[in-house]
Design a protein around this ligand. Sequence first.
Ligand SMILES: *[C@@H]1O[C@H](CO)[C@@H](O)[C@H](O)[C@H]1NC(C)=O
Ligand SMILES: *[C@@H]1O[C@H](CO)[C@@H](O)[C@H](O)[C@H]1NC(C)=O
Ligand SMILES: *[C@@H]1O[C@H](CO)[C@@H](O)[C@H](O)[C@H]1NC(C)=O
Length: 950
Amino acid sequence: MSYPKLNNPFISLLFFVISVASFTSAYSSSINTHRCSDSQTLVLLHFKQNLSSISFPNEYSLCQDLLGSNYRPIMMNWNISTDCCDWNGVTCDHSTGDVIGLDLSCGMLQGSIHPNTSLFDLPHLKSLNLAFNDFNGSQLPPQIGRFSNSLTYLNISGCLLSGRVPSEITLLSKLESLDLSGIFRSDLQMEPYILNNLLENSTSLEHLSLAQVNIFGALPTYINITSLKSLDLSSTGLEGKLPSNIFNLPQLQKLYLPGNENLAGPFPTINTSTVTRLEILDLSSTKLSGEIPDSIGYLKSLNYLSLSRCGLVGSLPKSLVNLKQLSFLDLSYNMLNGSLPLWFKNLPSLESIILHNNMFSGTVQFDSFPLRSLKQLSLGYNQFDGRIDVLDQGPILHTFQKLTNLIYLDLSFNNFRGEWELDSVLSSLTNLTRLMLSNSGLSVMTNTINRYANPGVGALYLAFCNVKVFPESLRAMKDLRYLDLSNNLIRGDIPEWAVEIGGNGLIGLDLSNNSITGLPQLLWEGLHYMYLKSNTIQGRFPRSICNMSNLRYLDISNNSFGGVIPSCVGDVTISAITINLGNNRFQGTIPNVYENCGQLEGLFLNGNRLDGEIPRSLSKCRFLKVLDIGNNHLNGTFPGWLGDLPKLQVLILKSNKLSGSIVASSTVESQFPSLLLLDLSYNEFVGQLPTKYFQNFNAMKYVTKSNMKLEYLESGGDYYSIITVSKGAERSIPQIFVDYTIIDLSNNKFEGEIPKIIGSLTSLILLNLAHNNLIGRIPFSLGKLSEMESLDLSWNQLTGEIPQSLADLTFLAFLNLSQNHLVGRIPKGSQFSTFEGNSFEGNEKLCGLPLPKKCEGSLKPQIKADGDEESGFTWKAVMLGYSCGTPLGIVIGYMMLTTRREKWFNEIVDDVGEHMILKSRTMRRPFECKYVITCVDEFTWSRDDNVLSN
Ligand SMILES: *[C@@H]1O[C@H](CO)[C@@H](O)[C@H](O)[C@H]1NC(C)=O
Ligand SMILES: *[C@@H]1O[C@H](CO)[C@@H](O)[C@H](O)[C@H]1NC(C)=O
Ligand SMILES: *[C@@H]1O[C@H](CO)[C@@H](O)[C@H](O)[C@H]1NC(C)=O
């Protein structure tokens, strides 16, 4: 008998106990040669010692879904008084008593795998399954290589392992099945050479699954492995091309490579002289691109083919008709075109035809599909047209009656014409559970021939279908989960019986944009979203909404709801993500948020008659991104306490009665760090503009413009929309672009100067300070706002000249400087030449085009810097400019970058200033940077206003 080294007191004690126990049992019964050996018992107990199996977080029924088994505390009956061969999950070789198999999958194990865990001391272990336990970021130890002579099956999937997969894994030469996959993601990394070793040197490997493991490398161009039956490398960051012979591996039946966005085409050629056994091919979300090759028809065993989101173009190859085994075809989200072939009906096993989000066109002939087998037909978001009528008789109805297995039909977002009688459709397609006709071009009418047409429907999407009457056949649909009747012509009250729809299981309801005037009692406590916007519903806020504890999206905007918003709405925030009560007639105060604010991201109460102050409890809404409470009668002061909300991007308080001056609290360092859009217009704010806040609007500075992706503020797939004044007119912004930063402080009583620091908010697109009492010059620094499209400073008391720097704002499409006291020549510049007189009128002393008044006298050089540089960028330019060719300058430049003390700069500049000024006299703008490496384009010579104007 060989014992593992005993240096752990617990183990020693255990060992003693086991010895005694085994002695006792050996004494009391005849010696059993098949008994689990003491050393192996010990190894298992030691393994158990490091794990607990008590509080495993069991939120998902993953084991049920993926393995078909349940979580169970598997090591509960592991104790020394019984033979370890009888323990749950342990398999022994009954002739030797050796532990040869451990299946602890879904065993509710929690803890870490230690590098020197005793587990590797089971010399005969053939099969190890630890799948779906929580090993809490442990690494897979290199000692795994010690199983090299025994292990044939290893499954550590879904175990939350992290770190690198040790190269010793390739020593497991007997391995037939290896699964290290993660479930949704994985922190495991694998060097590409390890994968390539596995694929090149294994002689027994049949199943390899590394889904989600971070590999980030390319596959070999040719694969030698002949034993492989299934390969799953989903979302592993694969790059490069597919191995040329991958479809001809003699045993390969299942190939999953989805989610590898850098895995490029071309589609490997298929060698027709060898048999391909490939049954499942999933290449979705790869960069396969190009046309689907004809050779795909050689994969004659295919029954599952997914090429969705691959950037494919062209039409469907005819050779697909050779895939007689095909049951699942997903080509969605590509750019495929052409019309639908007629040969689908020749594929007798075809169950799913998923072609949505492509550019297919032409007509759809339902008798071209395999009527008996078809379960799912998804043709949404294409350009199909032609007339399809499904009325209570006619040829299509006959065809539909043969689609006895169809459960899913999606024709939405196409250009069909025709009328569908809902009950006729539903009573012919008796197994249909999901019908999607939104925006298909089809009109849906209801004759209420058969009220119990198909009570099994689970989802009905009929937006933009000219539905005139709330369909009575809905009443029988106790399983309905999703109902979309938005954008139709339904008038009047929703019938009282509607409360029966879906039993208590209705999850989504969209009745927006109809002419609905009244609602039944709302009893759907399971709703996740409810959209009732843009109707004419009157009455009080339906209190029963407060009982919908799963409600995530609520939109009842643009109706005629009135009365006070009940305080229980403050509890809806616990589950809600967006709440939109805008444009109604609610009055009274904004309810307080009580318990917590959950995940609330958007709160829209604009356009009501709410009064009182903005409740401080909103500061509990840590996830709030958008707060729109404009167009009400709110009073009190600026809610500076919202400045702590880390995610707040949009704050709209316009058209209220807010007053007082805006003073940033000095206690918090970074206020409104994420703010992109601030609209305080039409209030009664006084005092200086909030300079301190401008300093803190970090999201409006240094925004890196991503040209690649247009990013919008959204929540759960819905874009936030707001109305703002842009370019002089009020306009609705249906989607807020995250780069679209706006400050609108117009129509208040702000006074004092425009702070230069505004020039540091470089991503600003719209700045509106009109209709205030601002004085002083227009800061030169506004010329830094290179993204600016709209600038309105009209109706203030601004003086001085219009800075030449504004003429360089290449995107400036709207400018209004009228009704101020500006003087001098209107700058010339490409954008400025597009503005008309009404951008400048009401400034008596302005001259030059486009105003009729001509300028007198000679051209005076303009002041080219603000009196007091807060941002320091001008200084940098000065110093770097000076550094041209002079060693002293380089030193100064260096020191300037390493210190922020402005005073100190001034001293240095005073020393060199004389030199610079002399030089500047001979320079013309724009400064030509001959020597300067880092040339700051908005170059200015001096901070001293008088230097140049002398
Ligand atoms: C509202 O519904 C009508 C009728 O379907 C449609 O014509 C209109 O475009 C919809 N309005 C919006 C804003 O979608
Ligand atoms: C704010 O409005 C409420 C309700 O109209 C009023 O009772 C209160 O006095 C107002 N507060 C201020 C500071 O004006
Ligand atoms: C600028 O504002 C003035 C006064 O409000 C207005 O009359 C003028 O039309 C505006 N100019 C432009 C370009 O909108």
